[in-house]
Ligand binder design. Structure first.
Ligand code: G3H
Ligand code: 13P
Ligand code: ZN
Length: 316
């Protein structure tokens, strides 16, 4: 059952985070729905512009509808990840999405507000909620000094002004994470002081953490042992930090890279060990099972496992 993102956030705020997973194909969709069914966890399926281009809009949306039919007990929302203004309008008008993200943080503060406000106006008329972004999520590099690093993080005073002026419903905040496999080089982690300062100014307002993959070392090592050439210093978010972030208002946790690592590990190992095989369904079956396990394990770290019944009772 597809529900509103607002409902999921209302029920989860401060208690657990809703995992928001990017998908691009059928194998990921089946793994995602199977893993959440096993975990009895509500979740968000995210479609990026890249996914819409790769599979085609009709295909990716119908993959989700097919997965919904295969797993009728699952409860989830459908979200546009990192949309530009035009794609947000298309998704709002399509009627398929529970929420859209407008990614205008590279614009000036005032332009970010103006663009987000336009999207909020249109989306709210259709009962769709809007995620906006404030701060530089792109990455906080090791070689810049502490003051420069802090300047890239979301400013708590700006956050309160931004939310009220843009009328967004959730806010992607820069709190130390970045996209991809190479988030942290040394001993960095989440900036809890910054999250706490934002929550103090925006109590009960859902915060979104992008770049939340944990990039397990075991996964990177297995990929490299099977012929990959990933930088073995690749590091992600410590999953044990999720709990504290959740208490501080992080309600949606975006994960894509970890799923890509599962895909890469399964396929590299499969073709290394069975170089004579060319039936791609054989690694596909392994992938779907491994992907389901990965999702099940994430749900437990996000503390969304076992929350399905609460959501069902509240939304039905
Ligand atoms: O944050 C971006 C997501 O990982 C989606 O990536 O735009 O390559 O589909 P993509
Ligand atoms: P990762 O690259 O850490 O998986 O982040 C994904 C993301 O933020 C999607 O919006
Ligand atoms: Zn992102």
């Amino acid at each position: 059952m597809i529900v509103t993102t607002t409902d999921l956030f209302r029920l989860s705020y401060g208690i657990y985070a809703v995992g928001a997973y990017n998908i691009n194909n059928m194998e990921q969709a089946i793994g995602l729905f199977e893993g959440n069914a096993r975990a009895e966890a509500p979740f968000i399926v995210q479609i990026s512009k890249g996914s819409r281009d790769y599979a085609g809009v009709t295909m990716i949306e119908n993959i989700i509808l097919a997965a919904e039919k295969m797993y009728p007990d699952n409860i989830f929302a459908v979200h546009l990840d990192h949309g530009d203004e035009q794609t947000c309008y298309e998704c709002i008008e399509s009627g398929f999405y529970s929420s859209v993200m407008i990614d205008a943080s590279h614009e000036s503060f005032m332009d970010n507000i103006a663009i987000t406000r336009r999207i909020s106006n249109k989306a709210h008329q259709r009962g769709i909620s809007v995620e906006a972004e404030l701060g530089m999520l792109g990455g906080v590099e090791e070689d810049i000094n502490i003051d420069e690093k802090h300047a890239l993080l979301t400013d708590p005073d700006e956050a309160i002004e931004f939310v009220s002026a843009s009328e967004c419903d959730s806010l992607a905040v820069a709190i130390g994470t970045s996209h991809g496999a190479y988030k942290f080089v040394g001993g960095q982690g989440l900036h809890f002081d910054r999250i706490a300062a934002i929550q103090e100014r925006l109590p009960n307002f859902p915060l979104v953490m992008h770049g939340s993959s944990s990039v397990p070392k075991s996964e990177v090592d297995r990929i490299n042992a099977a012929g990959g050439e990933l930088d073995s210093s690749a590091r992600g978010v410590d999953e044990d930090e999720f709990a504290q972030a959740i208490r501080l208002g992080v309600t949606k946790v975006n994960i894509d890279t970890d799923g890509r690592l599962v895909w890469t590990r399964v396929h590299r190992e499969f073709f290394r060990d069975q170089p004579e095989v060319f039936d791609f369904r054989k690694p596909g079956v392994i992938l779907m099972e491994e992907y389901a396990r990965f999702i099940e394990q994430k749900s437990s770290k996000l503390m969304s496992a076992g929350k399905l019944e609460d959501v069902r009772t509240s939304v039905s």
